[in-house]
Design a protein around this ligand. Structure first.
Ligand SMILES: [Zn+2]
Length: 643
């Protein structure tokens, strides 16, 4: 992740300035922000106390950690599980390392140290580190780029950067740089006497850029550049896993020629994260154009309303057609939503455009949050937009990429709230918190946010620091009209930037209070007509939160029979003892036919239907999409039928 943090406790590491030359905004370190609202504080506590210990236990039980002990010569037996399983341990470690920021948890620190011990012990003398390719498979190292060696290295590097920034300790960073050095020495331009190399699963690109930012070693940036520039020529492998076209791992076209998201969704978006990181460090107009073109394609033709990406199970990604967005069959992997939040965060820093924060927020409150159950004990791999009641969260998966991705996002979350420029502070996300943000001139601006977001759009920001500076407040894309902003309850002059931030520049006093009010009406959303499944259907949103109807709230009527007319309205209501406290939407719908009316038929003529109708009205309760499948199984719908 690229949450650049600052830490000066090590002599041996040249510490990143977090000032990438081609970005408009500088990220604020995770430790600068303390989240105080119940919504996120509760989830981050679940992450620390339930999710991370459970993931650790599962990594032990499934042999993922034993594989490292085996590679270190501490354990007999065979390698266990899949060839990419090291990455789950690294992701868990990254999440646990970020979770240490501001927390004095002996257990968590012990977990982190234990993992670093086994990882360090498994490293080869030449820096290589992958437990699948040890002993009997050592001769197969780097012979098949589809087998995720660089992907796993990327996750190791990200874990190491997180651990260094969180604790100031360099032990894991040392392991990661040795492996990165091994890769840099071996793979690169053939004219430099190196070997062609790339990875079937992008991920290492963004990790290498972050390693460059952390160590100041330009070779890591050059390596990331090499990997992006040398993709797209069909050399990564002829037919990935013997069955997919080269677009599966974005090897069908050079990066600057890409115009839409193609192939495996997580790979595509991780690659874009890396390319965006490179564009933040170097003047790369061709990369910028490709990134912009892909973002436009994604948001106008390829993304689900909950932020999910990748409609197809077959390739966990995209097909050749735009507007292919099936609801029940949606793959929409949790990891792809995490990846998209990460990509949009990078684009936001590059540009200062609120539309990227809008996508981050959409992912956060919808298709990422649905990825974990309310008790923190189950995860979704797929996030469909309708279901008959069979899709349930699981404790773990054979391919267990998603749990760790949700955890690391929750651990990093405070780092996504603010950034800075030379003249002030940018507020991207809203939740009650206290922040102390350091500007490039080393002055610090302290402020607090108080709000009941996402249930209310009333946000107050209190300045703790006096002085002349800018406050930029994001005007969310979902807020179309009626917003107001005051300072100390009086009208205030502001500028609306081209990126949709309200800029207030003034001589601030301590305890000035900015009040931003964003009206949150219930919005009935419709799809582009080419999304055929959503024809004559609407989805409900309020603020950033997408809603759905679920069977358990409607014991008398199957939710799939509801029909809504334009005059049907919904009222928000906060219910404290439901789903950990949510705003639900209450309304009514028409039910023209019961299941019995259909007499077990699949099809019928419309003429015969006229006789069979038993129209009535039914009360409807819509719940936040992220909270579905936490009670008794039953049908669920996001896109509701209209009359
Ligand atoms: Zn996943």
């Amino acid at each position: 992740m690229s949450l650049s943090d600052q830490n000066n406790s090590s002599q041996s590491v040249i510490v990143d300035t977090s000032r990438s030359p081609y970005t408009r905004l500088h990220p604020a370190p995770i430790k600068a922000v303390v989240l105080e609202d119940t919504f996120w504080r509760h989830r981050r506590q679940l992450n620390r106390e339930i999710m991370l210990p459970a993931q650790y236990g599962l990594c032990e039980r499934t042999g993922r950690i034993a594989n490292f002990r085996r590679a270190a010569g501490q354990l007999e037996g065979d390698f266990q599980g899949q060839y990419f399983n090291d990455s789950d341990v690294y992701k868990l470690l990254e999440a646990a390392a970020w979770a240490l920021v501001g927390e004095d948890s002996v257990e968590l620190k012990a977990l982190v140290d234990r993992l670093i011990d086994v990882i360090a012990a498994a490293q080869e003398p030449d820096g290589y580190l992958n437990t699948f390719f040890t002993f009997e498979r050592a001769s197969q190292r780097w012979t098949n780029f589809d087998l995720h060696e660089m992907y796993c290295a990327g996750h190791l590097i990200q874990a190491a950067v997180a651990h260094y920034r969180s604790t100031g300790e360099t032990r894991l960073l040392h392991v990661a740089t040795r492996f990165a050095d091994h890769i840099c020495a071996r793979f690169g331009p053939e004219e430099q006497g190196k070997q062609f190399g790339n990875d079937g699963h992008p991920e290492i690109e963004m990790a290498l850029v972050e390693l460059y930012r952390t160590t100041g070693q330009r070779k890591y940036l050059a390596q990331a550049q090499y990997l992006v520039a040398n993709r797209g020529y069909g050399r990564v492998s002829d037919r990935p896993f013997g069955r997919f076209p080269t677009s599966y791992h974005q090897d069908h076209l050079p990066f600057h020629s890409l115009t839409r998201l193609e192939g495996h969704a997580v790979r595509a978006v991780y690659l874009n994260c890396g390319a965006t990181d490179i564009a933040a460090e170097r003047d790369e107009p061709e990369l910028r154009i490709a990134l912009d073109t892909m973002w436009d394609s994604m948001t106008s033709r390829q993304m689900y309303i909950h932020g999910g990406l990748g409609p197809r199970h077959q390739n966990e990604g995209f097909g050749p057609s735009d507007y292919e967005l099936p609801n029940a069959r949606a793959h929409a992997e949790t990891c792809a939503s995490v990846a998209n939040a990460m990509w949009n965060w990078r684009l936001l820093l590059l540009t200062g455009q609120a539309r990227y924060a809008d996508v981050m927020e959409l992912e956060l409150y919808n298709s990422i949050l649905s990825g974990v159950s309310l008790d923190g004990k189950g995860y979704f791999y797929q996030n469909p937009l309708s279901d008959d009641g069979h899709h349930r969260r699981q404790e773990w998966f054979g391919t267990a990429c998603c749990p760790g991705n949700v955890s690391r996002l929750l651990s990093e979350l405070p780092g996504y709230f603010y950034s800075t420029t030379d003249t002030g502070v940018w507020i991207h996300l809203y939740a009650s918190n206290s922040a102390a943000l350091t500007l490039p001139d080393n002055s610090t601006i302290e402020l607090t946010q108080r709000t009941n977001y996402p249930w209310s759009g009333e946000i107050s920001v209190e300045t703790k620091t006096a002085g002349l500076y800018d406050l930029y407040l994001r005007l969310p894309g979902w807020c179309k009209a009626g917003w107001t902003v005051t300072v100390n309850q009086e009208a205030v002059g502001y500028e609306l930037t081209d990126g949709n931030y309200l800029r207030i520049r003034r001589e601030w006093r301590a305890h000035d209070v900015v009040q931003l009010n964003l009206p949150m009406p219930v919005e009935r959303m419709e799809s582009h007509p080419f999304v055929v499944e959503n024809h004559k259907r609407v989805a409900l949103m309020r603020g950033p939160v997408l809603y759905c109807v679920e069977g358990v709230d409607h014991p008398d009527t199957d939710v799939r029979l509801f029909e809504f007319s334009e005059s049907d309205t919904f009222e928000p209501e906060y219910v404290s003892d439901m789903l950990n406290g949510v705003v639900v939407l209450r309304g009514t719908a028409q039910v023209r036919a019961t299941e019995a009316d259909w007499e077990e038929r699949l099809y019928r003529s419309q003429e015969s239907a006229a006789h069979a109708n038993s129209a009535r009205r039914a009360a409807v309760t819509a719940i936040p999409y992220y909270a579905w499948a936490n009670r008794e199984p039953g049908p669920m719908l996001v896109w509701l039928r209209t009359v």
